[in-house]
Write a protein that binds this ligand. Structure first.
Ligand code: AMP
Length: 413
């Protein structure tokens, strides 16, 4: 299968070729043909599947096929993403796909200069990529009109709802004209997303790339049972192993992320933190340093890390387990990208045992317990400081096929 066989316009084919994208990913092969014919689409797929190009290519194809003069403040396509980072990544994809097309793109996101965004809208943009808050903001001040939108994409709908954007989304959808083509992507399909899709999409084609197939085979998943107070010490001892060369650590709160980053920095670890309280330039700098290898560890909250596409992440550490099991799947999806192997390590305090159980139920995977898995009773009386894991235990994360003989490995209940 080639992109040409899918019927994509020649200028886009040339751009794909330059990027050495020769074969469509499964989601692209399934989604592009119906989108080219103008159908609505419900895509169940996560970041890493190639979904951005899956919706962008047909959208660009349509826009290129119907050239129109730029209208101030009135785009022809609107793409909504839950986070600034994801919006910028979508823009990056669109940028590399369009060197041979005369299409203008504007990114409308919080945490960046509103003034510059309004100026861009004044000059006119064919495509707006935005986060719901800032898009609503500009709609309210009449610096963004949606009456010309013919193509609408809602990306990562489940995350949008998790982040409380449902009201903004309703306002935006209510302002969209008909007829138009709609596309909704979501990694998971809880009831709320299904309801949103039902209200938005007209006779959609459903394309699904199963999460389990995407993540399960390539990621080794471990869990340490550890008290909250012992987590920082455990992380530091794991970081003694150079095999943990590009590590994303997830914390539950922004405060927790800052605290942990400070503690790691104090011990000489090159670390950056990324969360909702950081300004856009700070986030971009943190990501750049992490991508470039200048920072070894990126401490992140879910919101900030959603959709981050960094290749070569060797380990994902769930310093705090997420409250929703779906987030665990998203989080560990940051490693083992593009076919590479990866390791996910969870730290589970007694209070988090319920969350661990849910994660295992959802993912259908039993995490491998490292060291002891005491009962909750034993845990409560456990000392606050953990024993530093032995060398053999630490080494194991760096050597996927290394001998495990001298450790106790049990399947979590
Ligand atoms: P996405 O799921 O859109 O975040 O894409 C995940 C990664 O796959 C990105 O780094 C893309 O650049 C890459 N990618 C997307 N489509 C293809 C393709 N057809 N061939 C190779 N890489 C791709």
């Amino acid at each position: 299968m080639t992109f040409a066989a899918l019927g994509i316009a020649e200028p886009l084919l040339r751009a794909l070729d330059a990027r050495k994208f020769h074969t469509p990913t499964p989601i692209q092969a399934d989604a592009i043909p119906p989108l080219l014919t103008g159908r609505d689409l419900l895509g169940v797929a996560q970041t890493g599947s190639g979904k951005t190009a899956a919706f962008s290519l047909p959208l660009l194809h349509h826009l290129a096929a119907h050239p129109a003069r730029l209208a101030p403040f009135a785009p022809r396509a609107l793409i909504l993403a839950p986070t600034r980072e994801l919006a910028l990544q979508i823009e990056e994809t669109i940028r590399f796909l369009t060197p041979h097309l005369r299409l203008r793109t504007a990114v409308i996101i919080g945490g960046a200069s509103r003034f510059k965004q309004v100026e861009t809208m004044r000059r006119g943009a064919d495509i707006v990529i935005g986060t719901p808050g800032r898009v609503c903001d500009l709609m309210q001040t009449k610096e963004l009109h949606l009456h010309g939108v013919r193509h609408f994409v809602l990306d990562e709908a489940d995350r949008m709802l998790d982040l409380g954007f449902i009201r903004d989304i309703r306002r935006i959808v209510a302002a969209l004209p008909t007829p138009r083509q709609n596309c909704l992507f979501s990694a998971t399909m809880p009831q709320e997303v299904a309801a949103l899709a039902h209200g938005l999409l007209h006779d959609p084609v459903r394309v699904e790339i199963a999460v389990k197939q995407e993540t399960a085979p390539k990621i080794d998943q471990f869990v340490h049972h550890i008290t909250q107070a012992g987590k920082t010490g455990l992380l530091l001892s794991l970081l003694d192993d150079a095999a943990l060369s590009r590590v994303i650590v997830f914390t539950r709160t922004k405060h927790g992320a800052n605290k942990l980053a400070a503690a790691l920095e104090q011990k000489g670890v090159q670390v950056n933190a990324i969360h909702g309280n950081k300004s856009q330039p700070q986030r971009e700098k943190a990501l750049r340093e992490f991508r470039g290898g200048r920072a070894r560890v990126l401490v992140a909250t879910d919101i900030a890390a959603r959709g981050i596409d960094v290749t070569g992440v060797t380990h994902v550490v769930n310093f705090d387990l997420p409250a929703e099991p779906e987030s665990y799947v998203h989080r560990i999806g940051r490693t083992a990208r593009a076919g590479a192997a990866g390791v996910a390590i969870a730290f589970c305090d007694p209070e988090e045992l319920g969350a661990l159980r849910q994660i295992q139920r959802l993912s259908g995977t039993a995490l491998t317990v490292v060291g002891d898995a005491p009962s909750p009773e034993q845990f409560r009386s456990a000392p606050a400081k953990p024993k530093r894991p032995g060398q053999a235990q630490r080494k194991r994360f760096g050597n996927r096929n290394g001998g495990n003989d001298n450790r106790r490995v049990r399947r979590a209940a």
